[in-house]
Design a protein around this ligand. Structure first.
Ligand code: DC
Length: 227
């Protein structure tokens, strides 16, 4: 059967990654969480005290960063590795969340990440989630989805996710972080988050998880049949 590429973009915390993961599993496609890549770069920059305003330092750091994903049969998750080290937990911390939008706004960082992402999707059969997948990484993706949800719904979901990992964060702090990231991600000069004309918008505020996954699967099926 023909394989397509599926681009899922949208605001922080509206369930893009979990939806993309479930869709990829059903279709037997590769799932790539590009937010995890920007988070890994951020972790490296913080740990190595890289001056984000110094392009020479940023470029040197990018040369030393290798990111990949490995399936862990115990957790049944695709986990993120930064220079051979499993950073899946650490990149979801508030410490990283507090700086990732700043790092993701740097042109050199985006060029390096987009190059890797395009390489990962060159043979199709990929479900990729992020902010610029339909607009920059795969402008020719057969299916583009733009996900939204109200700020409160998104914050409550993120808070629950953090709590599951033992991080107890006040709802207000999560809301402030989400709003600040939305603002930076949507207004930055380099590849801001936009809904491209040919993307299908799905508001997940009142949708059950299974229903949002099914909506994307139905759209994917239509596109696959049209190939
Ligand atoms: O999807 P996420 O919340 O894990 O993404 C983390 C940050 O990375 C988010 O604030 C925006 C940035 N990002 C981006 O700029 N481009 C992408 N393709 C994916 C994420």
């Amino acid at each position: 059967m023909n394989k397509i590429n599926i681009a899922i973009d949208g605001l922080s915390g509206c369930g893009k990654s979990s939806t993309a993961k479930a869709v990829a599993k059903t279709l037997g496609y590769k799932f790539i969480d590009t937010g995890a890549m920007y988070r890994s770069v951020t972790l490296y920059m913080l740990d190595h005290q890289v001056d984000l305003h110094d392009s020479a330092q940023v470029n040197a750091a990018l040369e030393n960063i290798k990111i990949d994903f490995q399936y862990n049969p115990d957790t049944q998750k695709n986990e993120t590795f930064l220079n051979e080290q499993n950073v899946e937990e650490e990149i979801r911390s508030m410490r990283v969340a507090g700086h990732v939008s700043e790092v993701a706004a740097i042109k050199e960082v985006r060029v390096a990440m987009v190059r890797q992402q395009q390489q990962m999707g060159k043979d199709s059969g990929v479900v990729m989630d992020g902010r610029d997948i339909g607009s920059v990484v795969f402008p020719d993706a057969e299916l583009k989805v733009f996900m939204t949800a109200s700020t409160e719904v998104r914050a409550r979901r993120r808070q629950a996710e953090l709590a599951e990992k033992g991080q107890h964060v006040e709802l207000n702090e999560v809301i402030n972080n989400l709003e600040e990231r939305d603002r930076i991600d949507s207004t930055r000069k380099e590849s801001p988050l936009i809904k491209v004309e040919d993307a299908v918008e799905i508001d997940t505020s009142d949708l059950k998880f299974e229903d949002q996954v099914q909506k994307v699967l139905d759209l994917a099926q239509q596109r696959i049949e049209a190939e």
